[in-house]
Ligand binder design. Structure first.
Ligand SMILES: NC(=O)c1ccc[n+]([C@@H]2O[C@H](COP(=O)([O-])OP(=O)(O)OC[C@H]3O[C@@H](n4cnc5c(N)ncnc54)[C@H](O)[C@@H]3O)[C@@H](O)[C@H]2O)c1
Ligand SMILES: [Zn+2]
Length: 344
């Protein structure tokens, strides 16, 4: 296999970023400087939901990848520990994750990533949607833990980006009852568009129980308490949302119904499924984008979530680039590819 001028990182293509999406926890780092045990101790580049185009490849990576549009999986696991070797690489204690201290994130013009973590995306998937394959992965993982399948009934608390992608995946999996609750009416409307079959204003609307599973995407103790009580015997509770460090749970309900409770930590092996779901139109990620910003306006993008109508703010470094014409970028890449191929 031919190799090219090295990026300085063996096996890593260098990608020019087209999109990086802001996700609530990154905003949390921005506003509070920590998320649980992950504390920002020195300047940190944020961002871990991203897509781009490969501009350079490292040693051992095919030159044919230059110019490829890619979605980036942000966690680099060690591949050697027990968790990695048993396929649960999301639980790798050595994982390095973009935008989680001390690893810089992807809110920049260029980033170097391991070749296997840059997934080629087809034309059916836009740059924004390619970046949103990351939260979609969280939704895929949550539905897998909830055993969603044809005919499943689910309650999902929280209709933020994660609750919305979880709703989309539940619909794609064939769930026939998908109830979504939130305290924000705008987000409940978005949930209907994403496949909710019923919506409820948390705390005021009553939802009939008996769900096969409850997925919390809110982190709210009140939502989790109500959700646990709404699950049928031998059903599942999946805790995705991150709220208070400690939680009161209705032990009697959990015991008498023999509920299965699990947390989730990111995802593993979800990108190929996420790509297939998005490319086939079974999920519609572009609908989640409520604002686009250039790299110079990251601060505005970071605070966009304070607006109750906002769902996902996207940063497109190219927006601050005067050469914004897509064609110009493409021919530039083509020229670079030919130059590298000639160099052999
Ligand atoms: N476990 C993981 O790997 C993982 C991965 C990504 C995100 N998360 C977590 O998932 C959660 C959702 O992420 P997001 O980006 O959608 O965040 P978000 O803050 O945009 O969405 C949370 C939603 O919950 C709603 N909410 C608040 N109180 C509620 C209540 N009592 N009942 C119902 N809804 C309520 C809010 O109005 C909001 O719409 C966050 O806590 C985030 O940290 C976990
Ligand atoms: Zn590992």
């Amino acid at each position: 296999m031919s190799t090219s001028r090295s990026t300085g990182h063996p096996g890593r293509p260098r990608g020019s970023m087209t999109t990086a999406v802001l996700y609530a926890p990154r905003v949390h780092y921005y506003e509070h400087g920590r998320i649980g045990d992950f504390v920002v101790r020195s300047p940190l580049v944020l961002g871990h939901e991203s897509s781009g185009q490969i501009v350079e490849v490292g040693k051992g990576v095919s030159l044919a990848r230059v110019g490829e549009r890619v979605a980036i999986e942000p966690g680099e696991a060690c591949g050697r520990c027990d968790q990695c070797r048993t396929g649960r690489y999301n639980l790798c204690p050595n994982i390095r994750f973009h935008g989680t201290p001390p690893v810089d994130g992807t809110l920049s013009e260029f980033v170097a990533v391991k070749s296997e973590l840059a997934y080629s995306v087809p034309d059916e998937i836009s740059d924004n949607a390619a970046a949103l394959l990351e939260p979609l992965s969280v939704g895929i993982w949550a539905n897998r833990k909830a055993c969603s399948q044809v005919g499943t009934s689910l309650l999902i608390a929280g209709a933020g980006p994660i609750g919305l992608v979880t709703t989309m995946v539940a619909r794609a999996a064939g769930a026939t009852r998908i109830a979504v609750s939130d305290v924000n009416r705008n987000r409940l409307s978005a949930a209907l568009a994403c496949g909710a079959t019923e919506i409820a204003l948390a705390g005021s609307d009553n939802v009939a129980g008996g769900f096969d599973a409850f997925i919390d995407c809110s982190g709210s103790s009140a939502a989790i308490d109500a959700g646990v009580r709404s699950v049928r015997p031998a059903g599942s509770v999946v805790l995705v949302g991150m709220g208070a460090d400690e939680l009161r749970l209705p032990l009697g309900v959990i015991q008498q119904r023999e509920l299965l409770i699990t947390g989730t930590f990111r995802y593993a092996n979800t990108w190929p499924i996420a790509i297939a779901l998005a490319a086939s139109g079974r999920v519609s990620l572009d609908d989640l984008v409520t604002g686009e910003y250039g790299l110079a306006d990251v601060e505005q993008a970071l605070t966009a979530g304070r607006d109750p109508h906002s769902v996902k703010a996207v940063v497109r470094p190219a927006l601050s680039d005067t050469r914004s014409a897509k064609g110009e970028k493409k021919s530039e890449l083509q020229a670079k590819k030919s130059e590298l191929q000639a160099a052999g």
